[in-house]
Design a protein around this ligand. Structure first.
Ligand code: HPA
Length: 237
């Protein structure tokens, strides 16, 4: 059993990390969230600039940490948090590209499953799986909260891709056949680690671009739409 600190997180006191960690991909988004929403907040990790903040939201302790991009990156951080830091649940809050022409920019999606071509689950040791589910009870809680806050949340399967720049666009047809409405690059590994460690995970995404219409968002617009998702995620703790 590894002791803390772990190779990628420099926290030596378990009090410095909350049981719930909200995980945007971008560490600067974690900083923005901490500065915008949290009280009594301190930065508890700077290793590789993968910033982690712990503070209080409406009196409840919460941590916000960047995951980096892609499954290897979120795989490392989420595993260390679950296995060595006593973290009980991680909620990824990210962006995604729409595959489905019915999706609009800034729509909010709750992943009800993640499909991936990745060997992450098999290599981790939980079996040769290509579709993984988040924690059912956590998803139910998120759906109920969204309803209360009058936030439209679309529950659907998403695609966790290892490759952002693809040469073979016919591949999208295969992925569409799996009924994925949008693409991102992390949820599958997060769900795999939650399953492996017996912890909880969920993934909320906002649509930042469309692979159908090629519509894109500005960084300012993305920040604004992120705020709504952050408020939903924070209301869960
Ligand atoms: N591909 C993969 N990940 C993404 C995308 C995309 O188009 N948009 C936001 N995250």
């Amino acid at each position: 059993m590894m002791n803390i600190p772990t190779p990628h997180i420099e926290i030596t006191d378990l009090d410095k990390i909350a049981k719930t960690v909200l995980m945007p991909g971008d560490p600067l988004r974690a900083k923005f969230m901490a500065e915008t929403f949290l009280e009594n907040v301190s930065c508890v990790n700077t290793v590789r600039n993968m910033l982690c903040y712990t503070g209080y939201y409406k009196g409840k302790k919460v941590s916000v940490m960047g995951s980096g991009m892609g499954m290897p990156s979120i795989g490392i951080y989420s595993y260390e948090l679950y296995q060595f830091y006593g973290v009980e649940q991680i909620i990824r809050i990210g962006s995604c590209g729409a595959y489905d022409s019915n999706l609009n920019l800034f729509d909010m999606i709750l992943a009800d499953s993640a499909y991936s071509e990745s060997s992450f689950a098999q290599t981790l040791g939980i079996g040769k799986k290509q579709i993984l589910k988040p924690t059912k009870t956590l998803n139910t809680k998120i759906k109920n909260k969204a309803k209360k806050m009058e936030i439209d949340l679309i529950s659907a399967r998403i695609h966790s891709s290892d490759v952002f720049y693809r040469l073979n666009h016919d591949d999208y047809l295969k992925i569409l056949a799996r009924k994925c409405v949008a693409v991102e690059m992390e949820a599958f590994a997060l769900f795999a680690n939650a399953i492996a460690t017996g912890k909880k995970a969920a993934c909320i995404l906002t649509v930042s671009d469309s692979l159908v219409t090629h519509a894109k968002t500005s960084s300012e617009e993305r920040e604004k739409s992120f705020v709504k998702m952050m408020e939903l995620a924070l209301s869960l703790i």
